[in-house]
Write a protein that binds this ligand. Sequence first.
Ligand SMILES: NC(=O)c1ccc[n+]([C@@H]2O[C@H](COP(=O)([O-])OP(=O)(O)OC[C@H]3O[C@@H](n4cnc5c(N)ncnc54)[C@H](O)[C@@H]3O)[C@@H](O)[C@H]2O)c1
Length: 278
Amino acid sequence: MKKEVSVLVGAGSIGMAIARRVGAGKITVVADYSKDKAEGAAKTLEDAGFETRTIITDLGSKESILELVKFATELGPVKHLINAAGVSPSQAPVEKILQVDLYGTSVLIEEFGKVIAEGGSGVIISSQSGHRLPALSLEENEALATAPTDKLLQLPFITAITDTLKAYQYSKRCNVLRVAGEACKWGKRSATINSISPGIIITPLANDELHGPRAEGYLNMIKGMPAGRAGTPDEVGDLAEFLMSSRGRFISGADFLIDGGCTASYWYGDLQYLKSTH
Ligand SMILES: NC(=O)c1ccc[n+]([C@@H]2O[C@H](COP(=O)([O-])OP(=O)(O)OC[C@H]3O[C@@H](n4cnc5c(N)ncnc54)[C@H](O)[C@@H]3O)[C@@H](O)[C@H]2O)c1
């Protein structure tokens, strides 16, 4: 019998924290745009007793996603999909953010929904950033949740986006809505899919920010949060593990904000000053 497969897209700190919690006894497919990242992550997992395969995948390309689906399904039944790949507003222009974070992530959810094993589960990493957009109209929500993926980037309210922060926020809102839309299809295979919206999580990039020229603004934001500190990839990993475990079988199509109360404070507390900039 073939071993079950756990697919990790995006071999950064958050993705790795989740992969380590759910991959034991399975084959973990590490897919990343960067060969070095994929191979480095696979080595770390292998050195900790996991069995891995690597593949270079561009989340912004449907062709590349289809290659990943083929690669993973040939190895065995795909029990888990973890998407922790993405580009942030300071890393890429508007078109790239929409291509990877909005379009590509939607294609990934749809294509793995066609092959996910019975009883399988998916977790898509969104962001607290999507929770900073005001409510969208019913029509906009429905379009982001259910429009054919090849039409998503042509939606008028998406083509109107001109700044990277808005591109990121709409993309992350789309992840949450798309998960809800696709959960209906994943359910037909007795599989669940949910999104997690992290707040500030310390990763190598965030740690650089904390010690770089913009450290003061960052530290003030962290101090103003109800939790009074940033989060760790392991805390996101713990939540994902629960959602993907046997205890999470009644949870699907949902989004989980894990941000130390940052969003609450952004709308109603000490962090309301951020509204003019974020
Ligand atoms: N770190 C945070 O504070 C934070 C907060 C909220 C949301 N997030 C989200 O979490 C996810 C993971 O973030 P992270 O902090 O672990 O970042 P990271 O940069 O450590 O990891 C992201 C990974 O995605 C890969 N990647 C980028 N573009 C890709 C593409 N087109 N195809 C395939 N792989 C690609 C990168 O090579 C990298 O390995 C992202 O979606 C990010 O938006 C992070």
